[in-house]
Design a protein around this ligand. Structure first.
Ligand SMILES: [Zn+2]
Length: 254
């Protein structure tokens, strides 16, 4: 279960299972700082306040000065293999990143979509994945695990995966086109009191992780809903396009 820590006025969430791995640094941001408006995005934002907030957040999680991978997050299933910290200097097309380099922060911005942080138990490789419904339909997290196994020779049974705060099944109403695209009956929930089906984004991604070989005991699901928890999170569905952004980061200590 995610734990909240207050560091230099900023409330940061962390998962003890990841914190326990020597050499791994990670954190999930919230909107809580001095005011309830700590935004880490959007990505292309020129707003100096966003730049300062990012630096503060990185300092709070222990990544001072680390280059931050800037994924454009196109709702694709593109997962980049990062072999060079220069790769973090420009925004790049993709919705996931994998690296074995120390001192590179892999970051995912969300405001309802699912951030997934992945680490090898021996801290040889980390990955960060952005899975909204389109990315989930494109099976991006399953693809990321296959890349880790194929490229880095790390076995899926050695990986820990943490599915962070997202718009949960209580609130995440979807249309029939999403039901068709996701193709996972277990992840679609219908109730008489709901006008439309709801998608359990966490379960859909958990099922993909299981299929890719990550043991169930090593998959952690956050039950925190971005739409319900206005005190902690931004939500695109609740607040609209102008809402702030959350940032989830993971990296290997240099
Ligand atoms: Zn909810």
């Amino acid at each position: 279960m995610l734990q909240a820590n207050r560091v230099s006025q900023i409330t940061v969430l962390s998962e003890p299972v990841l914190s326990a791995i020597p050499g791994i640094v990670h954190g999930f941001s919230t909107r809580r700082a001095e005011h309830n408006a700590f935004t880490l995005g959007p990505l292309g934002s020129e707003n100096p306040a966003v730049q300062i907030n990012r630096a503060r957040f990185q300092a709070a999680v222990g990544m001072i000065g680390w280059p931050l991978l800037k994924l454009k997050q196109l709702h694709s299933n593109i997962v980049l293999d990062l072999r060079d910290t220069l790769a973090a200097s420009q925004p790049v097309d993709g919705d996931g990143g994998i690296t074995s380099l120390g001192g590179l922060a892999l970051g995912i911005q969300t405001a309802d979509c699912v951030p997934i942080l992945i680490a090898d138990q021996k801290a040889r490789v980390v990955a960060a994945v952005h899975a909204g419904w389109r990315g989930t339909a494109g099976r991006i997290v399953e693809k990321a695990i296959k890349q880790i196994v194929g490229v880095y020779g790390v076995q899926a049974e050695d990986l820990i995966a943490v599915i962070g705060p997202h718009n949960a099944v209580c609130c995440y109403e979807v249309g029939e086109e999403v039901v068709t695209a996701i193709d996972d009956p277990e992840a679609i929930v219908r109730k008489p009191e709901w006008a439309k089906p709801h998608l359990n984004q966490a379960l859909a991604n958990k099922n993909q992780l299981l299929k890719a070989g990550v043991p169930e005991s090593q998959i952690v699901l956050s039950n925190l809903c971005t739409q319900c928890r206005e005190d902690l999170f931004y939500s695109y569905r609740r607040d609209g396009a102008r809402t702030g952004r959350l940032l989830s980061v993971i990296g290997i200590r240099p």
